[in-house]
Design a protein around this ligand. Sequence first.
Ligand SMILES: O=P(O)(O)OC[C@H]1O[C@H](O)[C@H](O)[C@@H](O)[C@@H]1O
Length: 380
Amino acid sequence: MSRVFTMLLYNASIYLTWTFHELKVGGFYFELEADIKDLIITFVIIIAASNLEWNKGKVRPLVSSIRAKLRPKGMPLKLVQDADGLPRVILTEPTGSSAEVLLYGGQVVSWKTERREELLFKSSKAIWKPPKAVRGGIPVCFPQFGNLGSLEQHGIARSRMWSLDRDPSPFPPANNQSSVDLILKSTEEDLKTWPHSFELRLRISLNPGKLTLIPRVRNTDNKAFSFMFALRNYLSVSDISEVRVEGLETLDYFDNLMHRERFTEQADAITFDGEIDRVYLSTPTKIAIIDHEKKRTFVLRKDNMPDAVVWNPWDKKAKALLDLGDEDYKSMLCVDSAAIETPIVLKPFEEWKSCQELSTVSSSYCSGQLDPRKVLYGFR
Ligand SMILES: O=P(O)(O)OC[C@H]1O[C@H](O)[C@H](O)[C@@H](O)[C@@H]1O
């Protein structure tokens, strides 16, 4: 789509907006709200811009600046500097739940209920200093998972400084206080170890009882590349021995503790009495992590990330990890949304998008037979 056409669309949208500013319907005049006017313009511009993005891999500066002007002007983002000098964004929503997101690693490090109860695990010995990734929260593993490649463990994204994405694609968030858009772009230095230019975007949105992460990866290179991706969810649990995971039964998995040998899960649900490090394959979109002691269930819903990693280091490995307290393994469980077995391939200017939603419900609702939707419709 040419620039001229974009301008034509833009002018047409302004004309339409003014024409319909006063809309005569059945003899009554309805004043259109300024918001609606903005919405119409935004809609037309975004369609034009999206086309440009798909075709050229770049939004023209003109369209970007118009889009920026039309972005909802709510309260500004709360950006604070913590004691270690790492900038973090504080997300809040009206019922009182909150989340904290570090620009370092693009990492959610806290998610609290409206009663200020922390839902994500943070290591008592976490190192809040580059180049170490912070142990806890939701680190982003990209473009490699674990040591399945030549890059540093779990790739580069979790130990890089991300930026606020001032031009999120395609729609700006509805509320600036409860949502943030981050971006990580390949640097000259990174290109030396992973020679593929990319843009990794992450939208983090907080809603009552729910935390949503939408990652996107765009190939901004002139050749195709492939990558692995994982959102490592460090969930805070009362006692790992009292936790069970439902939704992965009967599935095949690679066991990282057994030289990645392939097995089939035989148990009705996964319970924990020792170290575990497995990549479950072709998993359903919904997995339940049931914490009996807390009477709380985390529900993990994911889209376009077919694998799920389950990791707990248990006592020996915990002691070997410098940034994990000796007893910390008891109060954490990682259940990750991931794309590992089949790496994602992107041609130049193509974009991959996925979504993860974490929510909590009372245990009785999701544990097997008591989930009414499971009983009624049999879906997970
Ligand atoms: O210590 P990290 O780099 O965060 O990795 C933690 C763990 O992640 C994965 O599950 C790997 O398979 C493990 O080998 C690794 O120990």
